[in-house]
Design a binder for this molecule. Structure first.
Ligand code: FAD
Length: 391
């Protein structure tokens, strides 16, 4: 008999409450029945499956951890488990959700005024309104903290934005984009809620991506784009406030990496038990088993790490360096796991239909976004040594 294929070797699911487990299985079922059948086709065409948005909205999970505004108000651990379940089937869909739920809604929930929260969060929770988060620029990625060149100039109650943003997920169709810009008067970074079709806002779809092809990343150009003071995030006054949002979303990316690794591992394990060479399943060969065990050990370490990370978050004890360490470790290990998954599948490992090639490509983007390995390592390095090595 073939043993069950499950990447949860230490039974993390057994530590969940019945409610968390039920939600995990609900999202798993959605991903396997609604997303899996169409995902390779959309990935290949680099298009977004818009028909999924209302179905996803019905799960009623958006704004996972937020209180009020129609949001479910669940734990950070639940949020992590759901991110893992999404990425286990498709990292692009997980990223779309992460941008909406974490970066965009998170900026408004954490840094917006009450009126801004009332205006945006209920519609975003229902996924009738989609959000994006514009921090990175063509010439400024890792150095965003001190280096943003997009400017904001205030005259009376009007702000004028000028500059460019690159890589902005969901931007091509978002109803609202959080734009981070430097106030030319006090030199501090501020956030602006820029609505779709605002004059001076131009979004171009980025082509040629070889990872997360379903995610619609935009190159944004702001040319004398005018925003009212009431649309400036009222509690975002310096880059420190932006970092508050990134700390939370980096923890989410660590969970996404776990999902991506788990999907690749489970698909590869199933394949090795079915594929025969030399008259035997390839799973019976020692060298193949070694790959599988290396994958499982890293995957198990990752799962226990993010579980504890979310517990710290739920205890309100999560620091930037906690989140960065998990982001670095999990995305690095994921790269190794997906590459071994591809390897044990031989040539079929590079065919989309075998459901590992997509993870191999997508894990490259997850490795670099929300802070590269180097930047997150330097955040941890600074915390443990007391020396900043950024510049
Ligand atoms: P660079 O900053 O140019 O870095 C290049 C290399 O130099 C990296 O290896 C980096 O680690 C290294 N490096 C830089 N500085 C140092 C240093 N001090 N010491 C050592 N090494 C260093 N951004 C958004 O704002 N919103 C989004 O929705 C969004 N979505 C994304 C989706 C995808 C698919 C991708 C790929 C990116 C996305 N990004 C988004 C941007 C992402 O956050 C940046 O790509 C990332 O921060 C790295 O910046 P960069 O690509 O400009 O690389």
């Amino acid at each position: 008999p073939t043993p069950p294929v499950d990447g949860d070797f230490y039974d993390i699911a057994g530590m969940l409450t019945p409610e968390q487990r039920e939600l995990q299985l609900k999202v798993r079922s959605f991903m396997e029945t609604e997303v899996q059948p169409l995902v390779n086709d959309y990935w290949l065409r680099a298009e977004f499956p818009f028909e999924l948005i209302p179905k996803m909205a019905q799960l009623n999970i958006c704004g996972v951890t937020y209180q009020g505004y129609g949001c479910p108000g669940l734990s950070n651990l639940t949020e992590g488990i759901l991110a893992m379940e999404m990425a286990r089937v498709d990292a692009s869909v997980a990223t779309f959700f992460g941008v909406q739920n974490g970066l965009a809604m998170g900026s408004i929930y954490k840094l917006g005024s009450e009126a801004q929260k009332q205006q945006w969060l209920p519609g975003m929770q229902q996924m009738k309104l989609i959000g994006a988060f514009g921090l990175t620029e063509p010439e400024v990625g890792s150095g965003a903290a001190g280096g943003l060149t997009t400017t904001a100039k205030r005259t009376g109650d009007t702000w004028v934005l000028n500059g460019q943003k690159k890589w902005i997920g969901n931007a091509t169709f978002a109803d609202v984009i959080v734009i981070w810009a430097r106030d030319v008067d006090d030199n501090n970074v501020k956030g602006f809620l820029v609505k779709k079709d605002t004059p001076g806002l131009h979004v171009e779809k980025m082509m040629d991506k070889m990872a997360l092809r379903i995610v619609q990343n935009g190159l944004i150009t702001l040319t004398n784009c005018t925003v009212q003071e009431e649309d400036r995030l009222q509690n975002a006054n310096t880059f420190k406030d932006t970092s508050e949002v990134l700390r939370m979303t980096r923890a989410g990316v660590a969970w996404e990496a776990v999902g991506c690794a788990r999907g690749a591992y489970e698909n590869a394990l199933a394949y090795t038990t079915q594929r025969k060479q030399f008259g035997k399943p390839i799973a019976s060969f020692q060298l193949i088993q070694n790959h599988l065990v290396e994958m499982l050990s890293n995957l198990t370490a990752m799962q226990t790490m993010v579980f504890r990370l979310s517990e710290l978050q739920d205890e309100n004890r999560l620091t930037d360096e906690h989140a960065s360490l998990a982001k670095v470790f999990c995305t690095l290990r994921t790269r190794d796991i997906v590459s071994r998954a591809r390897e044990v599948m031989g040539g079929n490992g590079i065919l989309l239909q075998y459901n590992v090639a997509r993870f191999v490509a997508d894990s490259e983007a997850i490795y670099s976004y929300e802070g590269t390995k180097e930047i997150n390592s330097l955040i941890v390095g600074r915390a443990i040594t007391g020396h900043s090595a950024f510049v």
